[in-house]
Ligand binder design. Sequence first.
Ligand code: IMP
Length: 188
Amino acid sequence: MHKSFDLYFVSSNSHKYKEAKNILDSFGIKLGFLKLTLEEIQSNSLKEIAENKAKDAFSKCKKPIIIEDDGLFIDSLNGFPGPYSSYVFRTIGNNGILKLLSSKRNAKFVSLITYCDKKNLKTFDAKLDGTISKSQKGKGWGYDPIFIPKNSRKTFAEINHKNELSHRFKALKKFSNWYLHKLESNDR
Ligand code: IMP
C-alpha cells in the first residue's frame, strides 16, 4: 500500500524531488512525490508560471502540494534563458549556452516554490549568485555541470553539499518557516 503524506511535491523531474525531499527532511517535513507533467504557460514572469502550475497540480491531486519553478539568468545575455530555461536546456543544452558566452560569466539561479491547498496559494522565492564555467565539469543533471555557485571554484555537479546552499535550499527554507508556523497555528 502507498504511504500517505501531508504534503506532496508535484513535478515530472525526479531530481528536483530528491533534492527537495532531502532538504525538507532536514526541517522535519516529510514530502511525498506525485510524478506528473503540469500545464506550463508561457510568460516572462516565473511567479505567474509557478502559480498557474500549482493551481493545476492542486486541481489534479486535491491534496496540499508544492511545485517548483526555476530559471537560470545570465547577466551578459540580459537574463536569458530565465523563464525559458527548460526549453533552452532541451534545445541548445549546456554546450549551446557555453558557446554564447565570452569573458563575462556572472549568472544566478532562481527558485520559486509555490504551495497550494484549498485556502492558500503562496510563493517563496530565492536566488543564488554564481558564474558559468568555461566547460562542463562533473556529472550532474540540468545546468549543474556549468553553474559555479558564489564562493566556490567547483560546479554544482562537482560539490557534494549542493543541498545546503542551492537556490532550492534557500526557497524551501523560507517555505518551511511559513509552513511549520501554519501547522502550529492550526494545532492551537
Ligand atoms: P523548470 O522549468 O523549473 O523545470 O527548470 C528550468 C530548467 O532549469 C530545467 O532545464 C531544469 O533542469 C534546470 N534546473 C532547475 N534547477 C536546477 C538545478 O538545481 N540544477 C541544474 N539544473 C536545474
